[in-house]
Write a protein that binds this ligand. Sequence first.
Ligand code: MSP
Length: 499
Amino acid sequence: MIKNKFYITTSIIYTNGPPHIGHALEEIQADAIARFHRLKGDDVFFLTGSDEHGIKNFRAAKEADKTPQAFVNINTGYIKEILKLFKVSNTDYIRTTDKERHWPTAQDIWTKLVKSGDIYKKEYEGKYCTGCEAFVKDSDLFQGKCKLHNKEPEILHEENYFFKLSKYQNQLIKLIESDEYKIIPTSKKNEILNFIKTGLEDVSFSRSKEKLSWGIPVPGDETHTMYVWCDALTNYLSGIGYTTDKEKFNKYWPADVHLVGKDIIRFHAVFWPAMLLSVGLPLPKQLLVHGFLSSRGKKMSKSTGNVIDPLTQIQKYGPEAVRYYLLAGITSDDDADYSNAELISKTNSDLANGLGNLVNRVLTLTEKNFDGKVPPKYDGEIKEKFKDVPTKVENLINEFKLHHAVEEIMKFVYELNKYVNDKEPWKIKDKDELGKIMYELLEGIRLSSILLHPFVPDTCDRIREQLGLTEAPVWKDLEWGKLEGKIIKGEVLFKKIEV
Ligand code: MSP
C-alpha cells in the first residue's frame, strides 16, 4: 500500500535564551498532529529546529560573554533536552548555523531570488525592532514602542538588498482567499488578508556585514549578511535535504502543515509564500496558527519574572501531565493563561480520577474474576457509544481543535466510568453477565489508548502494556472487538497531585 506523505514543521526557536513553556506548546501541538498522522499510516516527516543567527542571538551571546556559536550551542542543547523529556517525536532537527545542510540552501534560494529579478539594492532608513527581527511601521507601534515587545525600535540607516515583496501582493491575496494556502483559524486568515490589502512594501533582505556579521553571507557580496528571516524560513527546505538529498526533498515538499504562533504570521503568510513564488517552488498547504500563553495574566518576560520554565514544570508534575494540560486545557488556536492550579485540577480530574481510576478498577476486576483473561467478545452499549468517536476526533484534529479532540475522547472515557458506576460489576455474581460488561470496558480502554496516544503517548503505552498489547497502536485497530488474551495489571497510572 502506498502511504500518504505528511510533512509538518514547527517554527524554529531563537537561541537567545532557554526555551519557555510557549515554545513547548508549539512543539507538543505539532507532535500530537504528527503522531496522529503516523497512527493513520501516513509517512510523516516532522521537522523542528533552531534559529541561531540575527541580532537577537548575537547580542544575547555578547551579554553572556560568550562567542555566538558557543552561546547558541548551549541553548540548542536546552531545546533538545526539553524535546526529549516531552517525548516529542521529531524526525529531524535543523540548525541555521549548520554550514553543510542549511547554508547552501539559504544561499541557493537567494541566488534564485536574484535570477528572478526580485532582489535590488537601495539606500534605506527605517525603524528596526530587534524583538521582531524586522523593520516596523508606525502602525506596529504604540506610543513609539513595538506593540509586541514594548520596546522602542532602533533607527537603521543602510544600503541594503531588498526583496520585491510588493510584486506578489495580488497573487498572495488569491492564494489565501481561495484556501490554496489555507490559514487556520479563519480569524487569522482574515487578519492577514486585511494586512496584505493595505499594500505590501518591499522588504530589506540583508544587513551590512559591518553592522551584523553573525549570519549567512550574501552570495556574490561578502559585505552583506542575509536577513535573519530570509535565512530562517529556508530551514523548511534545508531540513528535508534541499541541497543534500534531492530524493527526500522531492518526496516531502511542499509542507502539509507549518505550525506557528500568532506573532509570526506575516513572515509565514506573506514573506515565505512570496519567496517560494519567486523561486518557483510549490507553496505549503496549510498554516496553523496557535495562540500565545501568558503567565499570571501577563506576557512572559524575564523582567516581569513570570517566565514558565518547561523543565521545572516537568520536574514538578511529570511530562505527561504538562503535555495533557497544554493540549486539553489550552485552546489550540487562541490565547490562554498558563495556570498551575488548572494543570493540577485537569490532571486530577481527567488523568487520575478519570482515566487512571478506570483502568485500575477494570483491570483489578478482570484479575479478580477472570484470572486476568479477557472475556469473550461482546457487542453492547459501549460499542454503540464509541461508534462516531474516531471520525469526530479526526475531524477536530484536522481543524486544529486539538483541545476539542481530547474532550471528545474524554467524554467516552467518562461514559466508561459511568458504565462501571451504573452496572456495579462488583455485585454481579453471574459470570456470563459480568464477562459481557468487563469485555465492553476492557475494549473501551483499548480503543481510548489508541485515540489518546498522540496526546499522552507514554500513558497510553503503559495502558497498552497492561492490556497485554505489544504492537504499536494504529488507527485501523479502532474497530470494535479486537481485544483478546490476558491482561497484566500494573502500577496506578496517575497519582492525584496534592496541593
Ligand atoms: N525564530 C523565529 C521563528 C522562525 S521560523 C522560520 C521565532 N522564534 S521564537 O523563539 O521567538 O518563537 C518560536 C515560536 O514560539 C513561535 O511560533 C512563537 O510564536 C512561539 N511563541 C513564543 N512565545 C510564545 C508564547 N508566549 N506562547 C505561545 N507561543 C509562543 O519567532
